[in-house]
Design a protein around this ligand. Structure first.
Ligand SMILES: C[S@@+](CC[C@H](N)C(=O)[O-])C[C@H]1O[C@@H](n2cnc3c(N)ncnc32)[C@H](O)[C@@H]1O
Ligand code: SF4
Length: 379
């Protein structure tokens, strides 16, 4: 049985105006007690399995929040505990997220020495005024310095996150940023379109007309520029927002998209065992309190019906260049599935079917959400 493991570290120095991931500021003092709580959650998770030693962990992702704020000795404690319960002999990728300027050289060296082999840095932009708009506290220089330090610390697999579709950003500025990024030679690039999430400051700024988001046409232009510039530079797209040098695709995220089970620990973390999904409270205080009472932090769960799984496989699969692995489904739904697929391919000529994978043509990718919504079956 193969699993991915996700650890959510919720601490941040500031809350960015666009971010709706669970994170909390001014609570660094709680890191030691938080680590105790996460360790007790990890210990309890072993009871889910008859023989946890037979659970093979494929990938570990330490995300947030800003995990680079946590001293390596605490991360090591978490990793050691996981290794004492689960089979870590085939772990291929251990990622940590870091903010530029918030991960000094020695800390990066220590992360590397405890077995972390991939680092993901949130650059977002090389334009000081756009970083300011996004309420990021790092400078453009911080991006280059932290990147250099990560290489110096021995990281051979570095991802950088960038954002387009920012108010005030032009396609030319975005192209320049991408070209500057390529010169730095990262191994993986995530390029996200800025989305306006409910319960963020950006959302209220847009609602009260203080800020106007770029038009849909410009968003598409940004996407096409990203595709062209990165694929010409040796970073083919393998998912709608993800580009990598060959062999550097993010195994952890591919696991999510292929619906491989995962265990999530920490506030707001989600887990999935192939049948059921469950998630933790998105409150650090509640998470700590429940741990102190030896209670579970799980705040909700759902059983995924076959149709739910089908919909998720299609949704995630059509966003990947490899497509959705529907061979299994074909077997499961037998004759019904073939006629369903034939009709879908008549309606959407952008759909391609080859060797058990359903995927979208180059142009069809822009319609990924619309087409997958149309393909959904009733839950
Ligand atoms: C949640 S952050 C965690 C890592 C780190 N704290 C950082 O900011 O890079 C992971 C990535 O999600 C991106 N992100 C968060 N909210 C977003 C949004 N509304 N639109 C686009 N990207 C977003 C961040 O900018 C970042 O690159
Ligand atoms: S984007 Fe990153 S740094 Fe900003 S609030 Fe979200 S998790 Fe924290």
């Amino acid at each position: 049985m193969e699993y991915g493991i996700y650890i959510h570290i919720p601490f941040c120095i500031v809350k960015c105006i666009y971010c709706d991931f669970y994170s909390i500021t001014d609570r660094d003092g709680d890191i030691p007690v938080f680590v105790d709580a996460i360790c007790s959650e990890i210990n309890s998770s072993a009871t889910r399995f008859e023989d946890p030693g037979k659970v093979k962990v494929r990938t570990i992702f330490i995300g947030g929040g800003t995990p680079s704020l946590v001293e390596p000795k605490w991360i090591e404690r978490i990793l050691d505990l996981l290794a004492s319960i689960y089979d870590m002999s085939s772990v291929s990728e251990v990622t940590i997220e870091a903010n530029p300027g918030e991960a000094p050289l020695q800390r990066l060296k220590d992360f590397r020495s405890i077995g972390i082999n991939r680092i993901s840095m949130g650059f977002q932009s090389f334009q000081p005024e756009l970083l300011k708009f996004l309420s990021r506290i790092h400078s453009v220089d911080d991006c280059f310095k932290t990147f250099r330090h990560a290489r110096q610390a021995g990281f051979e697999n570095i991802n950088t996150d960038m954002i387009y579709n920012i108010p005030g950003q032009s396609n030319r500025i975005w192209k320049n940023d991408l070209e500057r990024l390529i010169e730095l030679e990262p191994d993986h690039i995530s390029a996200y379109s800025l989305t306006v999430e409910k319960n963020t400051i950006l959302h209220s700024m847009v609602k009260t007309n203080k800020v106007k988001m770029p038009s849909e046409e410009l968003d598409i232009e940004f996407f096409q520029t990203t595709n062209d510039v990165l694929s010409n530079a040796g970073f083919p797209r393998y998912e709608i927002s993800n580009f990598a040098k060959s062999g550097y695709e993010c195994g952890h995220n591919q696991g999510y998209w292929r619906m491989i089970p995962y265990l999530g620990f920490g506030p707001s973390a989600h887990s999935y065992d192939g049948f059921k999904r469950w998630w933790n409270t998105a409150s650090l205080d509640q998470y700590l309190q429940l741990a102190s009472q030896n209670e579970s932090p799980i705040s909700g769960s759902e059983i995924l019906s076959d149709n739910n799984k089908f919909n998720e496989l299609i949704f995630n699969g059509l966003r990947m260049t490899e497509g959705a692995a529907i061979k299994e489904l074909e077997r499961h739904y037998q004759g019904l599935f073939r006629s369903y697929l034939e009709q879908a391919m008549i309606k959407w000529p952008q759909l391609l079917y080859k060797d058990g994978y359903l995927k979208l043509s180059e142009k069809g990718v822009l319609l990924a959400d619309e087409i997958s919504a149309d393909l959904f079956v009733l839950p």
